[in-house]
Design a protein around this ligand. Structure first.
Ligand code: NAP
Length: 232
């Protein structure tokens, strides 16, 4: 789409989520003339197939993002990042305000609590690790970046799920690694939790449909779920 001055829109999607991928694919249909760039933190070795251009890796802090927006003549930013990616969202807010670039934020709704859900809340990963250490067989579905607090507690067996295998051996005393990413399926989550006799699921309070199956499976099995609160 062109604005009143016939300028081509140059859209930056801050991505790394299913929502960002959907937006990029939709824009290719709804605004075929727009230049669309999706940026990823670059934590995974594989990048998704997306229309438009990919920018992989950070921008170099707030200043770097501002330079990128200026030099790239970006006319619109869509923040479709993960609810826990607070730094990049804060940078986007500050940069867009300073440069007067319209910013849209994609809000991912939190899961709704249903009867039978046994939810507990933790304010931080450290608190979650402390609580989890009192259980025997813990399913850690918190990604790969914040496992260290859990490794400090030797007690439980940890079933650790990641999208990609880590480059180095994980420092748990007793663990098993499973690979997987959303969209997840309830039956498979049930099987996994049963097979490993899980007695606690630990997750970020990320919300969204792609990973909700673990919540539903835990409810069916009566397993408590420890939710780490979203950053402010
Ligand atoms: P963050 O704390 O918000 O960002 C840290 C730095 O990573 C940013 O300052 C930026 O580097 C770079 N970055 C993050 N997202 C980016 C994006 N979409 N495009 C370009 N650069 C980006 O986020 P995080 O360290 O990636 O993750 C924090 C939490 O969010 C973790 O719990 C993680 O599991 C969860 N999470 C993040 C993503 C994601 O795509 N970022 C996806 C799923 C889950 P510069 O300062 O150099 O610009």
């Amino acid at each position: 789409m062109r604005d009143s001055n016939h300028r081509v829109e140059r859209i930056l999607i801050l991505g790394g989520t299913a929502e960002a991928r959907t937006i990029a694919r939709n824009l290719a249909h709804t605004q075929p003339d727009a230049i669309v760039i999706t940026s990823l933190a670059g934590r995974l070795t594989e990048s998704p197939e997306l229309p438009g251009t990919l920018h992989i890796g950070g921008f170099g802090g707030l200043e770097g993002l501002m330079d990128f927006l200026r030099l790239g003549k970006i006319t619109r930013v869509i923040d479709a990042t993960h609810p826990f990616a607070a730094t990049i969202s804060a940078h986007a807010g500050l940069a867009c305000a300073e440069l007067e670039i319209p910013l849209e934020h994609v809000n991912r709704p939190m899961w709704r609590k249903h009867p039978g859900d046994r939810w507990r809340w933790a304010d931080s990963m450290e608190m979650a690790a402390r609580i989890a250490s009192r259980f025997r067989r813990v399913f850690l579905t918190i990604g790969s970046q914040e496992l260290a607090p859990f490794m400090r507690y030797g007690g439980p067996f940890y079933l650790v799920r990641m999208i990609e295998a880590p480059k180095r051996r994980l420092g748990f005393r007793d663990h098993r690694l499973v690979l997987g990413r959303g969209p997840l399926v309830v039956d498979e989550e049930l099987e996994l939790m049963r097979d490993f006799a899980i007695d606690l699921v630990v997750t970020k309070a990320s919300g969204g449909s792609a990973t909700e199956a673990k919540i539903a499976a835990a409810r069916k099995l009566g397993i408590p779920v420890l939710l780490v609160k979203r950053p402010a």
